[in-house]
Design a protein around this ligand. Structure first.
Ligand code: MSP
Length: 508
């Protein structure tokens, strides 16, 4: 059996309901997964929840619930949000799953056996929000800059993983490209930090009860980050996946890149396991220029956005807004703007305009032509950004994980098609009774709509299906699409339907 493409998101802390930041990464992973699936590749797309540790225990206490009861009440909120956003993962992992807990214990045991674990006393500044010790130089005015809170001074006897032993091996592996850290700018940041030297990391907590018991020492629990990282590995056992290792891509934001680009590969090296192929960190976004936080009151609820704009528009608008990999800003207003300018007035309008003209001039049938469709200017034209160019850009966008470029390819082709309509003026051709020219123009536009159905599928799966339904594209093919098949699929004289509005007018 061939190795599957294995795509992961971080497993999110269930101390609260999911916000738009979690949605961003999960949408991105879904776009990659849908793209590869639509190319007939075997894919395993994993997401899930990180359910142990001090942060969760504190949140549970605040809610007046037992930790397990608390996480059980929140997990469905994540599942529901992902469903609302048209996210189709293959498996959802929870770190409180007993099978996961067993694998974590097994691996920690192995680390001990291999001599990579030592017990030491440690004193440091712990940030519960980050679930890690911070260094003095990471603090801003004595506070954790990410959580705006003073870390707690803690001294404990802990078990340590001898991370420092892996400094050279990690450098070599990164240099040799054994695993890729992307984008390049983030890779350089990681390398820069690596140059400053590696310290061993604590992998147990004495003061935290809500966690997996440390092997042979019931006084300690396994540090939540070690527990969490191992989810990528334990998923194989939990979901009976034999051919997914090593992971193709771990997706996350820059906040947790260090754990994925350094701690995780070192753990795998210690365990003689193959390293992930790629670790990709996208940027962090602000909302209306401000850090998203409960106290500022600017936390965007993805479900609310879906209610207002629809899942597909939210997916598109988020990925389109700024380069994937860089920091950026989003706001509801920006989502609404994209909705109006590029989706309602762009894609939606184009599809409905073409369908209306085919209805009016050709009794809803895709026109017959007497020229080679390959020569149609919407398909082959060095002066225009044709649908073939759009595909090329989209494929490259996936290859380089530049998801904004994927959305841009869609939008740019829509602009081409709109411009083509303005130039060729089908209504004038109809008036002058230039039937052949009119057929040629509208055939090319129908062909373009077909292609758009395929092209938009990974980002906007529902919209894609609606277009497919109206333009009579085999729905099943859409799930496993193949550009060559879709190209053959367009047939003159096929009777099309008026599509339902793809992006209805927004109620003010
Ligand atoms: N539980 C750990 C991850 C363990 S993975 C083995 C964790 N959880 S988290 O809930 O804090 O999620 C962090 C991730 O959420 C980020 O890496 C990113 O994927 C997403 N984002 C959270 N806020 C975000 C923004 N403001 N902007 C972009 N992504 C954001 O860390």
């Amino acid at each position: 059996m061939d190795k599957k493409i294995y795509i992961t998101t971080p497993i999110y802390y269930v101390n609260d309901i999911p916000h738009i930041g979690h949605a961003y990464t999960t949408i991105a992973a879904d776009v990659l997964a849908r793209y590869y699936k639509s190319q007939n590749k075997d894919v395993f797309f994993l997401t899930g929840t990180d359910e142990h540790g001090a942060k969760i225990a504190e949140a549970a206490e605040e809610a007046g619930k037992k930790p397990k009861e608390f996480v059980d009440s929140l997990v469905p909120r994540f599942e529901k949000s992902w469903e609302n956003l048209n996210i189709k993962y293959d498996a959802f992992i929870r770190t409180t799953d007993t099978k996961h807990e067993e694998v974590v214990k097994e691996l920690v045991e192995k680390l001990k056996e291999k001599g990579f674990v030592e017990k030491r006393s440690y004193e440091g500044l712990y940030c519960v929000g980050c679930e890690r010790y911070l260094k003095e130089d990471e603090l801003v005015d004595g506070k954790c800059p990410d959580h705006d809170k003073e870390p707690i001074k803690q001294s404990e006897e802990n078990y340590f993983f001898l991370l420092s032993k892996f400094e050279d091996k990690l450098k070599k592996a990164i240099d040799a490209g054994d695993y890729e850290i992307a984008p390049k700018s983030r890779k350089n940041e990681v390398l820069g930090k690596l140059e400053q030297g590696l310290e061993d990391v604590s992998i147990s907590r004495a003061a935290v009860e809500w966690g997996i018991p440390f092997p042979d020492d019931p006084e300690q629990t396994i540090y939540v980050w070690i527990d969490a990282l191992i989810n990528y590995y334990s998923a194989q056992k939990i979901f009976d996946q034999e051919n997914i290792w090593p992971p193709t891509i771990h997706l996350m934001a820059k906040d947790i890149l260090w754990f994925h680009a350094i701690v995780w590969p070192a753990l795998l090296m210690a365990l003689d396991m193959e390293l992930p192929k790629k670790v990709f960190a996208h940027g962090f976004f602000t909302i209306d220029g401000k850090k998203m936080s409960k106290s500022v009151g600017n936390v965007l609820d993805p479900n609310l956005m879906v209610e207002k704009y629809g899942a597909d528009a939210v997916r598109y608008a988020l990925l389109r807004e700024f380069p994937f990999g860089e920091d950026g800003d989003i706001s509801e207003e920006k989502i609404a703007q994209r909705y109006n300018s590029e989706l309602a007035s762009g894609l939606g309008n184009l599809v409905s305009r073409v369908a209306t003209m085919v209805e009016k001039y050709f009794l809803s049938q895709i026109p017959e032509i007497d020229k080679d469709p390959e020569t149609h200017p919407l398909r082959t034209d060095s002066e225009r950004f044709t649908w073939k160019d759009a595909y090329k850009q989209a494929d490259e966008a996936i290859e380089n994980v530049e998801l904004h470029q994927y959305c841009q390819a869609i939008n740019q082709f829509i602009t081409t098609a709109d411009k083509y309509i303005d130039e060729t003026k089908p209504w004038a051709l109809a008036k002058d009774d230039k039937k052949d020219e009119l057929a040629w123009v509208l055939y090319g536009l129908c062909d373009s709509i077909h292609q758009l159905a395929w092209l938009v599928y990974p980002v906007m799966p529902d919209v894609s299906k609606k277009i497919a339904k109206a333009f009579k594209i085999d729905d099943l093919l859409l799930e496993k699409l193949d550009i060559k098949k879709s190209y053959q699929n367009i047939k003159s004289k096929t009777k099309i339907e008026k599509p339902e509005p793809l992006f209805p007018r927004l109620d003010k």
